[in-house]
Design a binder for this molecule. Structure first.
Ligand code: 6PG
Length: 621
């Protein structure tokens, strides 16, 4: 399905040939009156279409009974699709998507007759894009599109997809896969607190035998057809190695494991080497979006062998979130452990984004009620700083335990973490990149855990943060947006540096695109980053740069006022200090160099000869 000119007939015919099924063009089923009307140049209305769609629906029933068929039909409205379905089970919707301009250009090139752009626009206006179905971009050639659908159907029809780990994320991803027509074999251990997990899940979701459950590796692996595809949805770390060891004796060459947890990228590369010795491929895949993302469409960041990713691509494409253009939020990001690296940096950006919101919250608390703060966050959610994290923050702040008590006021301020933020900091240091905002956010979580010390010193000091007049909310909003730009700049530049260091050839704009939906750091700003990164770094963009220069005064006001009120805002401060340093021609590190030389004879370069000979001074002279 798709608008006129999307290529549904061409793709449909190619697909039908590959599947050895008959192909039908829905336009051939119009009743006489409709044909006459169309020939007279009159548009069809919904009542004209009804008998046509009903006729097609009964044909679909016959085609299903006789083994299937491929039908090309625009099916632009949900009501049309409902009429086509009308109790017919097993329809697989393939949705062809493309921009108006692209499709119009194609029609113009193809058609030897006049085709009006307005007519095409009216099809776009009518199109109620379904949230279900397999969405494909018509930028790709019809034969690639037909291949994609063919391999999707292959994955659905052949053996089962294996999934290990029925934690919250694993369960939701299972439901997503089942809904999209896959047959699944799931494994979970059956001991302790996890006793009965598999049985309970399978009996709840076993639609027509599409789901089978196992509690031993052998029968689990044997239930899958070769080459097997096994998704690991288990806790990062040692558990991944244990599961791989458990599976090892039953797997065969060409089987594929997808580690969809937050594994450390160097562990992924070690496992890839180990498995490769036995001909088994490991895709290290970042997955973001939490439980609701796993169910309704997450962002997938698969890294590893390209052919292997290609093989599972349709599965990821159909289950992933869709961006604004209907493209799936998945791309083959790069080789080796790059998928997990990218997820690690995603989480680093996530840490800093969360910290910035928390810092604004702590500032506003000095002069506003929770209700007022929640309202401000809600308003901001409609502007250029709209983000998933801001959206959840206002819901959190409004949440009450009782009419008098806000939940937020009863939550302990010790922040946990599972390690990805710390790894991002470590990696940045290893590569020599100043990811100062991620570092500030990680440090702040650490300080939050020094509860006893904080209690003691705050008692000794006996000074609460000072309440008082707050800065103008519009200016504060600008400050927030300002720091977010720096955060995104740092995150993507860290990726750029890693890409060069590890020779991954990452496409930063494409990575930003797959982060525009499904994931935790999706936002209006990320959509702009996806555009800006096509031409270079975020700060290299002249309009961004100009805006940062102009809004600097608001940032200074916020930092000054926070300091006067004794409110720690390390993430904003590090953003500002990064900006000050990165825009400074001269830094005081000439003194650092001299000090290094003084006590350690490490040498220094002269300003007038920065690439020349290193000089060492005898400081005692
Ligand atoms: C996501 C999240 C997810 C998880 C973080 C939490 O993208 O869906 O990032 O992976 O919530 O790992 O990390 P911390 O526990 O370290 O905050």
């Amino acid at each position: 399905m798709g608008v006129s000119g999307s290529g549904k007939n061409t793709v449909g015919e190619l697909l039908a040939r590959k599947l050895e099924l008959p192909f039908y063009d829905a336009d051939d089923y119009h009743p006489e009156v409709n044909i006459r009307k169309m020939n007279e140049g009159k548009p069809l209305d919904d009542s004209d279409r009804e008998p046509w769609l009903k006729k097609l629906s009964s044909e679909i029933r016959n085609w299903i009974d006789s083994g299937g068929a491929v039908l090309a039909c625009s099916a632009l409205k949900e009501s049309y699709r409902k009429l086509l379905e009308n109790g017919n089970e097993g329809i697989q919707w393939i949705v062809l998507r493309g921009s108006h301009d692209l499709i119009y250009d194609r029609i113009k090139k193809r058609a030897d007759h006049f085709f009006s752009s307005e007519l095409l626009q009216s099809q776009f206006d009518t199109f109620e894009v379904p949230e279900y179905g397999y969405h494909l971009q018509v930028e790709e050639s019809p034969s690639i599109l037909a291949d994609r659908v063919f391999s999707l159907i292959g994955l659905q029809e052949s053996g089962r997809i294996g999934l290990i780990g029925l934690g919250t994320m694993g369960k939701q991803l299972c439901r997503n896969l089942l809904r999209n027509g896959f047959k699944l074999a799931v494994y979970n251990q059956d001991e302790g607190e996890e006793k009965g997990t598999v049985n309970a899940f399978v009996s709840k979701y076993s639609n027509e035998g599409k789901l089978r459950g196992y509690t031993d590796y052998r029968s689990f692996v044997q239930s899958l057809e070769s080459p097997r595809i096994i998704l690991l949805m288990v806790k990062a770390g040692e558990v991944v190695d244990l599961v791989i060891e458990g599976l090892m004796s039953y797997l065969e060459a060409e089987d594929v494991i997808i580690d969809a947890g937050n594994s450390f990228f160097k562990d992924t590369e070690r496992r890839q080497r180990y498995l490769k010795e036995n001909g088994i491929e490991l895709i290290g895949m970042g997955v973001s979006g939490g439980a609701s993302g796993a169910l309704n469409g997450p962002s997938f960041m698969p890294g590893g062998d390209d052919n292997c990713i290609d093989m599972v691509y349709p599965l990821l494409q159909i289950t992933a979130a869709k961006d604004n253009d209907g493209k799936a939020c998945v791309t083959s990001v790069g080789p080796g452990g790059s998928g997990h690296y990218i997820k690690m940096v995603h989480n680093g950006i996530e840490y800093a984004e969360m910290q910035l919101i928390a810092e604004i919250y702590s500032y506003l608390r000095q002069g506003m009620s929770n209700e007022e703060i929640g309202k401000i966050f809600k308003e901001w959610s409609h502007g250029e700083s709209d983000s998933f994290l801001l959206g959840i923050s206002h819901k959190i702040i409004f949440k009450k335990n009782s009419p008098q008590e806000f939940l937020i006021d009863t939550i302990s301020d010790k922040a946990g973490s599972k390690g990805t933020g710390n790894w991002a900091v470590e990696s940045a240091s290893e590569l020599g990149f100043p990811a100062s905002m991620i570092m500030a956010a990680v440090n702040f979580r650490m300080i939050s855990n020094m509860k006893n010390i904080r209690d003691r010193f705050s008692r000794d000091l006996n000074q609460d943060p000072r309440e008082g007049d707050l800065m103008d909310i519009g200016s504060l909003y600008k400050t927030f947006h300002w720091a977010r730009i720096i955060n995104h700049h740092q995150g993507f530049e860290l990726l750029r540096m890693a890409s060069e260091a590890y020779n991954w050839k990452l496409e930063l704009a494409e990575i930003a695109r797959i982060w525009t939906n499904g994931c935790i750091i999706r936002s209006a700003l990320m959509e702009r980053c996806a555009e800006k990164l096509k031409t270079g770094a975020i700060l290299n963009d002249p309009s961004n740069f100009k805006w940062l220069v102009e809004a600097e005064k608001e940032v200074i006001e916020f930092i000054t006022d926070s300091a006067e009120k004794r409110i720690p805002i390390p993430c904003f401060s590090s953003a500002y200090n990064f900006w000050l340093a990165i825009t400074a021609k001269n830094l005081p590190t000439n003194l650092v160099q001299a000090q290094r030389d003084f006590f350690g004879g490490h040498g220094f370069y002269r300003k007038d000869d920065p690439h020349g000979e290193i000089e060492r001074l005898n400081w005692d002279d």
